[in-house]
Each structure stands twice: as C-alpha cells, then as structure tokens.
Design a binder for this molecule. Structure first.
Ligand SMILES: Nc1ncnc2c1ncn2[C@@H]1O[C@H](COP(=O)(O)OP(=O)(O)O)[C@@H](O)[C@H]1O
Ligand SMILES: [Mg+2]
Length: 222
C-alpha cells in the first residue's frame, strides 16, 4: 500500500526571515552589530575579569561574563537556575543553549548604547563559538590569557578568601581546570589571525599594555 502524505523526513524546517535586511540571520531582532565583539578566554583565575574591568574603564565596552550571567540566573532561584547550580557546583559545563540565550538577551538589551562587547569566559567549547558566530555575530578578536596551572590555582585560592563563589574551592578548582584544559585547545585552534595569545603570568599593568596594542587599532578601524 502506498501512502501519499510523503515520508516524514522530507518535512522542511522553514526559518522565518530576519526582520531587517541582514541575510545571515544573526540576532533575531534584526539588529546589526557594528561595534567590536571580543571574546576573552583563559583558564579560571587567568585574570579575565581583572583585564575586562580595565578595558571597560578605558574603552567603555559592555562586559558580559557568561559565568556572571549564569550565577545571576542561579540566584534568581528559577527552576532553570536550580538545575544550573547543580552543574556548576560540579565544575562542569552547562548546556550550550542556555549560555547562548543568556548572552543573546544581554547583548540585545545593551546594543543601542554599546561601544563594543567583551564576552568573558565564552566560548568554552568549539561548538559554542560556532553557534555564537552563526546566531549572534562574527567575532572581531579573541584574547587568550595564558597562564600555568600552578599560577591559576594560586590566584583562585587567593580569590576564594573574598569571592564567596561556590566553585572557588580546591576540589572544584581542579575540576574546572581539567574541564578548561580539555576544551580550550580545540576552541582556540579555530582562530588564527583573530587570536591573540597573551602571557598572563605578568603583572596586571604589563598585560593590559599588550591588550591595548590590540584594541587601539580595532577601535580605530570600526
Ligand atoms: N596579572 C595578575 N597577577 C596577579 N594576580 C592577578 C592577575 N590578574 C588577576 N589576578 C588575581 O587573580 C584572581 C583571579 O582573577 P580574575 O580576574 O577573577 O580571573 P578570571 O576572571 O579569569 O577567573 C583575582 O584574585 C585577581 O585579583
Ligand atoms: Mg571571571
């Protein structure tokens, strides 16, 4: 017996067109991003937050930390926040869609007034980077703060004394470092010309000088 409804597999997913002229489908609102987008990468404790604060002070960029967005969701007490909390306490990565949604919402909210975006601690996995560029915007620059495991542990244990973060304890730190090391090489290997590998063992000021040498030309060219 033949059936004329056609095999289910052939059903197409039709994406709605973006509301404005952009054919790449980035950002559902149709808003174009014409300010710099910078990913800030590095192991936990490598100084991403510290450098982002200095970048914000000089360039007025919007700093979005995926970790902070997630921690805000946790402290909102929503059911999604409770699930996230359990994952983060284990030092594991939360589902990709959740982080991407939170970032997208935050970018859209700040877009009208932003001079640029620092995306701190994202992407953690190769696929997260692919999804970001597909769904939000291409990245302009990838800053990678490179420090040894020994330095990272030392700084995080220092931060633990004041941060109150549930994941700043020795056992979770080790798991976070393991998670980071497992994924990071794959993430950064995707980017060649845009990737700036910065020696993060130095003092805060020396590191920032190098950061400025990448951001000044970028800002001038946008
Ligand atoms: N270049 C540096 N030298 C020494 N300590 C640093 C440096 N950068 C950051 N720190 C300290 O290390 C800890 C982790 O820094 P943070 O910026 O929170 O890292 P991340 O955001 O990458 O996890 C903080 O206590 C911070 O003050
Ligand atoms: Mg941080």
């Amino acid at each position: 017996m033949t059936c004329n409804c056609g095999p289910r597999q052939t059903q197409r997913i039709v994406r709605p067109p973006p509301k404005t002229g952009c054919s790449c489908g980035a950002l559902q609102s149709g808003s174009q991003i014409n300010v710099p987008i910078i990913w800030v990468l590095g192991g936990p404790g490598s100084g991403k937050g510290t450098q982002c604060d200095k970048i914000v002070a000089k360039y007025g960029f919007t700093h979005l930390s995926s970790g902070d967005l997630l921690r805000n969701e946790v402290s909102s007490g929503s059911p999604r926040g409770q699930e996230l909390s359990a994952i983060m306490e284990k030092g594991e990565l939360v589902p990709m869609e959740v982080v991407l949604d939170l970032l997208k919402e935050a970018i859209l909210k700040s877009l009208p007034n932003s001079k640029g975006f620092l995306i701190d601690g994202y992407p953690r996995e190769k696929e997260q980077g692919v999804m970001f560029e597909k769904n939000i915007s291409p990245v302009d620059l990838v800053l990678f703060f490179d420090a040894s495991e020994e330095t990272l542990v030392k700084r995080l244990l220092g931060r633990a004394e004041t941060s109150g973060r549930v994941d700043d304890n020795e056992e979770t730190i080790k798991k976070r470092l393991h998670t980071f090391n497992t994924h990071n090489d794959q993430v950064i290997s995707q980017y060649t010309a845009k990737l700036k590998r910065i020696n993060a063992e130095r003092d805060v000021g020396a590191i920032f000088q190098e950061v400025e040498s990448y951001l000044d030309p970028l800002v001038a060219s946008k």
